[in-house]
Design a protein around this ligand. Structure first.
Ligand SMILES: [Zn+2]
Length: 291
């Protein structure tokens, strides 16, 4: 299995973990756009992070990480759903130069924020926001967990040349430090020894053994991760309808048709005057379904 997430827990400690290694899915995201290497690498890390975070969800829906700022790197957005389908995109601003690639993480986005959105298929959206002032993306996400979950959580991320990997450790609810206050710091210390190339290249069992051979690790299921864009003609119609009838008629008048291409996957959607007319009358059926 090339792209997967492996869940595990420590049999004698109230700590759980996830290990993700991605290849094809990251390639699929990166090959659709021309990104500077630094941006590609951050996007790849964010993809790995989104899988780790989505794996902590206990319902059907999506997890979206969105970093935005006024710096050289303007946006970075990744999404992973409960089926472990991934997509992502990044955009540099006009101020991006070769020298931008050398900036520390905390300066790439300038004044920026990282929004973590949990979007259940049924139920209310939840959004947490943290500043992008950490030394790494992992540090910013740890900040998010510290402020929202209350469960101690650590992340380790790595990316290189179209591959990405990540490790997440999280204390389970109800952890009583009175039993063994040393457990969490000890497991974090062991994990801190992981090298990026080990995270990226070692087979899961070998990596977990290398890090935690003095602990008892129980492996749970391994799940495949794939690239898949959630865009569709119906969703594109919804976006168009939100522009309003007058605006749509103006575009048709001016351009003869409306061409939209999905930023995530480059899929093209064309709406000719008849399509637009049907859409405005709610005639396709698909648009009604979504309400
Ligand atoms: Zn798409």
């Amino acid at each position: 299995m090339s792209d997967f997430v492996q869940r595990f827990h420590f049999s004698e400690s109230p700590v759980r973990g996830e290990l993700v290694q991605l290849g094809d899915s990251v390639e699929a995201v990166l090959e659709r756009h021309q990104y500077p290497e630094r941006v590609a690498s951050l996007l790849a890390e964010a993809l790995a992070a989104s899988v780790l975070l989505a794996s902590t969800l206990k319902f059907e829906g999506s997890l979206i990480l969105q970093a935005r700022g006024n710096g050289p790197l303007a946006t970075l957005m990744v999404e992973c759903n409960h089926r472990r389908e991934l997509r992502g995109i990044a955009q540099v601003s006009e101020s991006w130069t070769e020298a931008s690639a050398e900036l520390p993480f905390s300066e790439l986005f300038g004044e920026g924020q990282l929004a973590i959105t949990i979007d259940p298929d049924h139920g209310e959206r939840y959004q947490g926001i943290v500043p992008l002032d950490g030394a790494t993306l992992a540090a910013c996400l740890e900040h998010y967990f510290a402020q929202s979950e209350q469960l101690p959580t650590r992340l380790w991320l790595a990316a290189e040349g179209g591959n990405a990997a990540g490790l997440l450790l999280q204390v389970m609810p109800g952890y009583d430090t009175a039993e063994d206050a040393d457990i969490w710091p000890r497991l974090c210390q062991l994990s801190d020894t992981v090298k990026p190339e080990e995270l990226l290249d070692l087979p899961a069992t070998e990596l977990l053994y290398r890090l935690y051979h003095e602990e008892l690790v129980a492996l749970h299921e391994t799940n495949a991760v794939v690239f898949r864009c959630s865009c569709s003609r119906e969703r594109t119609e919804q976006v168009l309808l939100s522009l309003g009838e007058a605006e749509l008629r103006d575009i048709i008048e001016e351009q003869g048709a409306i061409d939209i291409s999905c930023q995530f996957c480059n899929q093209e959607y064309r709406f000719d005057p008849i399509d637009v007319e049907q859409m405005l009358r709610g005639g396709t059926g698909a648009s009604r379904q979504l309400h």
